[in-house]
Design a protein around this ligand. Sequence first.
Ligand SMILES: *Cc1c(COP(=O)(O)O)cnc(C)c1O
Length: 424
Amino acid sequence: MKKEPFVTLEQLKEIEKTYPTPYHLYDEKGIRENARRVKEAFSWNKGFREYFAVKATPNPFLIDILREYGCGCDCSSMTELMLADAIGCSGEEIMFSSNATPAEEYQFARKLNATINLDDFTHIEFLEKCAGIPETISCRYNPGGVFKMSNGIMDNPGDAKYGFTHEQIIEGFRILKEKGVKTFGLHAFLASNTVTNEYYPMLAKVLFELAVELKEKTGVSVKFINLSGGVGIPYRPEQEGNDILAIGAGVRRVYEEVLTPAGMDDVAIYTEMGRFMMGPYGCLVTKAVHQKHIYKEYIGCDACAANLMRPAVYGAYHHITVMGKENDACDHKYDVTGSLCENSDKFAIDRMLPKVDVGDFLVIHDTGAHGYSMGYNYNGKLRSAELLLKEDGSVQMIRRAETAHDYFVTFDFCDVLKDIKWQD
Ligand SMILES: *Cc1c(COP(=O)(O)O)cnc(C)c1O
C-alpha cells in the first residue's frame, strides 16, 4: 500500500514558522481512530483493557488521549511509574511489567497499588522481602522453544530473558496462593512486531490452555490474561497492516474454544500494545541540509540517530517521503544520513527516492513508537521537540526540544563547567 504522510507540505511550511526541524510530529486524529478500533475489537470481552506500553512513547499528552478510550499504562521502570502516577493513573490502571526489577521499583509499584506482573520465579521471594506480596498478581510465562506462525514469522522465546518456565509457573502459582494471593493473571510476550492477524490468537491459545492447566493443577482460577505487545505495523509499503477487528475476533474464537468450555468465561483480556497504538501516528520531520557525492550519493539531514535509532540498531526500514515530490519518479539512489560520527547513522541505505534538493522536507514515517523514546545524546546531540497535529489542524508543542543546558545539567553538583555558555 502506498504510504502517505498524515501532514502536507503546506502544513510543514506553516509549522516551520514556529518550530525548526527536526521534530517528531503526532497525528491526534489517527491516534483516536485507532484507539476506538482497538476498543471495539475487544468489546466482546467485559473486562478488556489496553495498557499502553509507556516505553514506546512516554509523553503524557499522548497517553492522556489514549486514556479517553479506557487505556491504562504498562510501566517497566521507576520513571514510567512516576509518569503514570503524575497523570492520575493508579491501582488497576497501572500494569508493572518489569524485569530484573530493583527493590525500590517494586516498593513504589506497591505504593501505587499497580498490578505487578512478575518476570521470574525468584522474584516471588524478592518481592515478599522488599515490598510484600499483594492480593493481585500476574506472572509472565515463557514456553521456551521457537514460536512459529504460518506465514513464516517466528521468534525465539527460548533465547529470551523473560518469564517463568512451565514448571516454574505451576509451582509459582502454588506458592503465591499459599502466600495469600487472591487474584491471578497470566502474561506472555512471544514475538515482536508481528504483521499477521494470527499472532494474538495463537498466543491466546497458549495462555488460555495454560490457564486451564493451572486451574486443574493448582485450583487457581486466573482472572485476567495479558497478551502484552508484539502487534506490529507495516513499516514497508509492500506490507499489509494488521486488522485489529480480525485479531479481536480471532482471540474471541479461541476464548470460546478453550476458556468457555472450562467454565472460565469471566477472564478479562488485557493487552500492552505500544507500537500498534502509536507507531503509524508519529513521524520524524527533518530537512535535507547537505548533498554529498563520493562513491555513493548521500543526503545529510538535520536529524540523526539520536532522534530515531531503529535504523542504526536494528537495520529497521522506515519509509521516507520527500515532501512535494510524492508523485515524482523514484529514480535516484541515496543513503540518507544524520550527522553522528558513526557510519550506522543512516535512516536509509540505497533508497530509491525522487531527486532530493537541499532544503527539502523529508518525512520519516512510523516513528510514533520506539522513536523519540529510544533517543539518546551520543555526540552531544540534543533530542528534538515533540509536536501534536491536532484534529482541528493546529499544532501544539507537547515536549520542547532539549537545550545545551539539559545536556550539561548533570554537572550541576560541581563548578567544573561553571563558565560554559549555553544558549537556552
Ligand atoms: C515493549 C513491551 C510492550 C510493547 O511492545 P510493542 O511491540 O510496542 O507493542 C508491551 N509489554 C512489555 C512487557 C514490553 O516490554
